[in-house]
Design a binder for this molecule. Structure first.
Ligand code: IPE
Ligand code: MG
Length: 212
């Protein structure tokens, strides 16, 4: 969900306002995606690299994730199951504070019975670390290093491969996001900053879906 800072700057607002608008926009995109029968939606909320941002900004983004995972009533109304992808909380390098851990655990438990779209939030997530962890698990389990064995040792083995990857804010590069899972994925590039990514943008991205 890139471009929150630039969105705010263009409006003479503090970066934190851009993140606030971005969180609200995700809630709107979730509603639009449900209407369009999207089965799986995965959003990059916060990366393993983002912790070095100014403390105030990080604190604000943490609060927004607490808010996002707190949208349980809304998710239940939409029949959306929420899950999280990221560095396990018990890993020595994990930095997720307890209040965010609790919000994540509660949201997962309280939406687990929903059968519609699965919304996955990447928080304290980095794809290279995920793949390194999967490789370490292969070694620990003493199994052959096959693609199948690696897939089974990803953070969320049941997350399907990505059909369409969306890059907002005019970024023409891939980031440290689902590098294994985007194998074969179509990429939708847009100039729009994340807070401006609306239903029409979602339709443009979905129009790139392979048919048949
Ligand atoms: C994305 O917006 C939000 C996070 C990475 C947490 P940015 O903060 O990256 O916005 P820009 O790239 O500075 O515009
Ligand atoms: Mg950015």
């Amino acid at each position: 969900m890139d471009g929150n800072g630039r969105w705010a700057k263009a409006r003479g607002l503090p970066r934190t306002d851009g993140h606030t608008a971005g969180e609200e926009n995700l809630a709107a995109v979730v509603r639009a995606a449900v209407k369009r029968d999207v089965g799986w939606l995965t959003a990059f909320g916060f990366s393993t690299e983002n912790w070095i941002r100014p403390r105030r900004e990080v604190r604000h983004i943490l609060g927004l994730h607490e808010k996002l995972f707190g949208r349980v009533a809304e998710l239940n109304e939409l029949n959306v199951r929420i899950q999280w992808i990221g560095r396990p909380f018990d890993s020595p390098t994990a930095k997720t504070p307890r209040f965010v851990q609790r919000a994540i655990a509660k949201a997962i438990a309280d939406t687990a019975q929903n059968t519609g779209m699965t919304l996955t939030i990447a928080f304290d997530y980095g794809s290279c670390t995920e793949l390194a962890t999967a490789a370490q698990r292969i070694i620990a389990d003493r199994v052959p290093a096959t693609a199948e064995n690696l897939q089974e040792r990803l953070y969320l083995p049941d997350l399907p491969d990505v059909d369409v990857l969306v890059r907002t804010s005019g970024e023409l590069r891939i980031s440290n996001f689902l590098l294994w899972q985007i194998n074969g994925s179509t990429v939708y590039f847009t100039e729009k900053a994340w807070p401006d990514f609306d239903a029409a943008e979602l339709d443009a991205a979905l129009a790139l879906l392979p048919t048949g």
